[in-house]
Design a protein around this ligand. Structure first.
Ligand code: 4AD
Ligand code: MG
Length: 465
């Protein structure tokens, strides 16, 4: 086949350039027809839709069309023509077909349509070839791009926080250890503990649970910064909303208080959802039709509505007054569970809610104390169908107040000396938050399990691919 530029199927589907010579390359979704004519549905990942390739059987060697089966990869050169058939406006009259890769119909796992999401998780290496995962992955890409665009347009700098860390200061949950020590025969101290001074970094190291502490260091120099990277939590929480490896976006802003923080979080989320509505229309329409008929309506509502803002204390009062029976009882001072968050958002207000003023004992050491000495300037953004999508706070910038909290929570000062230096040298009021990227993608795609919005989910007992 002579060397001409490949046309993307997405472009051809919008084209009116009938009669032009085109070259497409992609994977066969289906082939039907009769002994005279074959109709091949071809997808190349550039759009959810396939293009129809029409091949007159007489024009091709028998062995070629025989190899064109579901899942095979082919190149087609032909003429773009207006389609007379239903469901498409253009098609390709095939002149030449080259088979790059066959897919044996006996063994190709995606031979039939309509596999369950559970089954597709077992073939995560092939599921991007389905309509559903194509749509999810294109939306995931669009959201990552929009995040960088939003912050860049607002004058934020992208900071890369380390993935391997020597500090366990965040207290966000159990951490994964990173080591090169011989697991069968590690060096041991006289007291029986492993001697990490002989490990690769000369100390015990873990995978980070959050890039926040490093983002704070950046904000104390660059003003407005954000991180966007993988984070790791070794909790054994097998829920549709938790991953052991997930991506988090953490903006950190010098001179912001808790109200500025909430304003940014609301504007940011609405921007991202609006971006998806404007740029991912076909994929959203597919997901709306196949999985969640209220998806697009819900996205539009969230963009239009002002988020409700109320305190943790007010939320607890609403929950107690509701008379609902809970799996986890609510009482002032207890952490809110997903069932409580979803009641507040879905049943009580019917729109996103930002809760503030949480009890200090259920939040991290770095959050700024309120005047009452009991609550902190935390804020959680709660979304319909998701629960907590963002967690953030104004930070304690006063050295003495921060030290008091560190001592109360038994955090060794020697582990956070570098963090404390920001409060010693040119401290400033500041605030930030963390958006769980996969929770955002769950909301935007309407999918109901977080394992289905990341290419290769890491969950307890699951790291096959
Ligand atoms: O509320 P979290 O734990 O907050 C922090 O880590 C702060 N350092 C953020 C900050 O202020 N810079 O996590 C933030 C968000 C949650 O709201 C949730 O969306 C997501 O991260 N998240 C998870 N997503 C998937 N799987 C998990 N195991 C998650 N844990 C938290
Ligand atoms: Mg949280």
């Amino acid at each position: 086949m002579e060397h001409i530029r490949r046309n993307k199927i997405a472009d051809l589907l919008k084209s009116k350039n009938f009669g032009s010579e085109v070259l497409v390359k992609g994977w066969v979704r289906s082939k039907r027809g009769n002994k005279n004519i074959n109709f091949i549905a071809l997808n190349d990942g550039s759009a959810i839709h396939t293009i129809q390739v029409v091949a007159e059987v007489a024009n091709f060697p028998e062995e070629v069309l025989k190899l064109v089966t579901t899942g095979s990869c082919i190149a087609v050169k032909g003429t773009l023509v207006e389609s007379m058939g239903q469901g498409q406006s253009v098609e390709i009259q095939a002149g030449h077909i080259e088979v790059f890769g066959t897919a044996d119909p006996e063994t190709y796992p995606l031979q039939k349509k309509g596999h369950s999401l559970e089954f597709l998780r077992e073939i995560a290496h092939l599921r991007p070839r389905t309509n559903t995962f194509g749509a999810v992955l294109r939306i995931r890409h669009a959201m990552a791009f929009a995040i960088h665009k939003y912050f860049n347009d607002q004058g934020f700098y992208y900071i890369h926080a380390p993935i391997i860390t020597g500090s366990d200061a965040e207290g966000a949950g159990a951490m994964f250890r990173v080591t090169t020590l011989d697991d069968k025969n590690p060096p041991v101290l006289p007291d029986g503990h492993v001697d990490y001074s002989q490990d690769f970094f000369g100390k015990e190291t873990k995978l980070t649970v959050s890039g926040q502490l490093e983002a704070e260091l950046g904000a104390m120099a660059l003003g407005l910064v954000y991180t966007f990277g993988p984070t790791f939590r070794a909790e054994n929480s097998n829920t549709p909303r938790h991953l052991a490896e997930f991506w988090m976006i953490e903006p950190e802003m010098a001179f912001y208080d808790i109200h500025d923080d909430m304003d940014l979080a609301e504007d940011f989320l609405k921007y991202l959802i609006r971006y998806a509505l404007e740029n991912c229309h076909d994929d959203l329409e597919f997901l709306d039709k196949m999985y969640d008929n209220e998806l697009i309506a819900r996205l539009n509502e969230v963009v239009a509505d002002k988020f409700v803002r109320l305190t943790y204390t007010e939320a607890v009062e609403i929950l107690i007054a509701s008379g609902q029976s809970w799996e986890f009882p609510v009482d002032w001072g207890t952490d809110l569970q997903a069932e409580h968050e979803r009641y507040i958002v879905e049943k009580h207000f019917g729109k996103p809610v930002i809760l503030t003023g949480y009890p200090k004992d259920i939040k991290a050491f770095y959050m700024k104390m309120n005047e009452d000495g009991k609550t902190v300037r935390a804020m959680d953004v709660l979304f319909p169908k998701i629960g907590e999508i963002i967690g953030g706070s104004q930070r304690e910038e006063n050295l003495d107040a921060l030290l008091k909290r560190i001592h109360e929570m038994n955090i060794p000062e020697k582990d956070v000396w570098w963090y404390l230096d920001t409060r010693k040298f040119g401290t400033a009021p500041h605030a930030g938050f963390g958006l769980g990227f996969e929770r955002l993608i769950l909301f935007v795609t309407g999918m109901s399990n977080i394992r289905d919005v990341i290419p290769f989910p890491r969950t307890p007992k699951n790291a096959e691919f």
